[in-house]
Design a binder for this molecule. Structure first.
Ligand code: PLP
Length: 437
């Protein structure tokens, strides 16, 4: 059940609001009237500060592919902290994690670690600009690539301001974004080869990079069509523009990321979340020549990359243990569960006589209240009624102690079993019977 106003969560939120604007430092964790404060977690269950246990399909925005307190991660991190948590010197842990990633994914010829996915994207953009000597970045409408002005344009576009579907407006996501940022960000429609081509071909001479998520998470958890990614690969190869795949979320759908499933090797890849095993991390990786902009051995590097906590050994060992256990079999197992969840949710909607569906790929899912085909940001953009239905479903699931993100997206960790999948699907069935759409 959602905690009541006398709960410890409500009290903590009052205290939090007195010290932090909005009572938190992470927009995604807020929910009205107050967020549920967490006390602890283990496996696929989270316990709040009032002692209520819930089934977790958020897994810290997909960062915990083995759930909470995965024993090999706990052991490795505990041992590492005993040896020292960070040093002003490299450790073997970063070499080992980089080797493990390189062995899985063909295009990760060289990489550097950061503290977050946002930083990884910032660095990828910076590297591409330094490498090409150009400044414009092309991205897909509605795509989220972290909290970074240059990739935020159109992230929050609405029907009131998004303009022509074939030439989406470069709407700044946040107040305080200098207008010059919009001049340097090109927005293209997702999964529309002809429209994207018209925009990209015209901008080719000024583009430093094209960035795309193979499975567009925030726009609706919508996989790219093979044709769309094939076009982006062909265009960027022909024009010498680095193609960046943001696999910060989508990496989990394949042993070598989503890119392997499409048979495409991008020039650069950004990673985060699961590769840090639940600790702060990001990585920018790619072609040796492009990544060479960070190389200080030839004197001062084109792009000096510093950071007090980069490649910190605690995140590195957590990532190493996570990847070891995320083998082909584990990837296939959670992907099968994801297929089952999406298929069953589609069936629940049909049986309930409500228009809706589940999107996603592999172990990722998102629930929508529309039956129309979901191909891009606009087709997945909910109507006002759809938005209320998503909010009602989210609350109805929480009331049954099942956690998904506020937009009703979720992901399946390797520690989820048949019972938990049944619990999720049973909760969705009951919720759809109870909410008014
Ligand atoms: N890129 C994508 C596709 C993401 O989903 C996210 C975070 O959700 C980021 C970048 C930013 O990563 P971080 O939250 O670690 O800064």
């Amino acid at each position: 059940m959602y905690p009541d106003p006398s709960s410890r969560s409500a009290g903590l939120f009052d205290r939090a609001c007195a010290v932090m604007p909005g009572g938190n430092t992470r927009l995604a964790v807020y929910q009205a009237p107050f967020p549920i404060f967490i006390a602890s977690a283990a496996g696929c269950r989270v316990t709040d500060v009032d002692g209520v246990e819930r089934l977790d399909f958020i897994n810290n925005q997909s960062a915990l592919v083995h759930g909470h307190c995965f024993p090999p991660v706990v052991a490795a991190v505990t041992a590492q902290v005993g040896r020292g948590s960070c040093f002003s010197g490299p450790t073997d842990t970063e070499v080992e994690l980089a080797e493990a990633l390189q062995a899985r994914v063909p295009g990760l010829e060289r990489m550097r670690f950061t503290n977050s996915g946002t930083e990884a994207v910032m660095l990828a953009v910076k590297a591409a600009r330094a490498f090409t000597g150009r400044y414009k970045i092309a991205k897909c409408e509605g795509a989220y690539h972290g909290s970074y002005d240059f990739v935020e344009a159109s992230r929050g576009s609405t029907p009131a301001n998004w303009g022509d579907a074939k030439v989406p407006a470069r709407v700044p996501y946040s107040k305080g974004t200098p207008p010059a940022v919009g001049d340097l960000t090109v927005v293209m429609p997702y999964n529309d080869v002809a429209a994207a081509a018209a925009i990209l071909e015209a901008e080719a001479g000024e583009l430093a990079a094209v960035i795309v998520e193979p499975i567009a998470n925030r726009p609706g958890m919508i996989p790219a069509t093979p044709e769309f990614l094939a076009y982006l690969r062909e265009f960027t190869q022909r024009t010498g523009i680095p193609l960046i795949f943001d696999e910060i979320i989508s990496f989990r759908v394949g042993f070598a990321g989503a890119q392997a499933g499409y048979g495409i090797v991008p020039d650069m890849t950004t990673l985060g979340k699961l590769i840090g095993g639940g600790f702060p991390v990001g990585a920018v990786a790619g072609r040796t020549d492009i990544m060479g902009v960070f190389d200080q051995r030839r004197g001062s590097p084109a792009v000096p990359h510093t950071g007090t906590f980069n490649a910190n050994p605690v995140s590195m060992v957590a990532g190493i243990e996570t990847l070891k256990a995320f083998d082909e079999a584990a990837v296939a197992r959670i992907n099968r569960r994801g297929d089952e969840v999406r298929r069953t949710i589609d069936g629940i909607f049909a049986k309930a006589g409500i228009e809706g569906q589940a999107s996603g790929a592999g172990s990722l899912f998102r629930i929508h209240f529309t039956a129309r085909p979901l191909t891009d940001y606009r087709s997945a953009y909910p109507t006002a009624a759809g938005q209320s239905a998503v909010a009602a479903l989210h609350r109805a699931l929480l009331n049954q102690d099942v956690m998904v993100s506020a937009n009703c997206s979720g992901n399946i960790s390797t520690v989820v079993g048949d019972l938990e999948i049944e619990q999720l699907l049973g909760a969705v069935t009951r919720a759809l019977a109870e909410i008014r759409v």
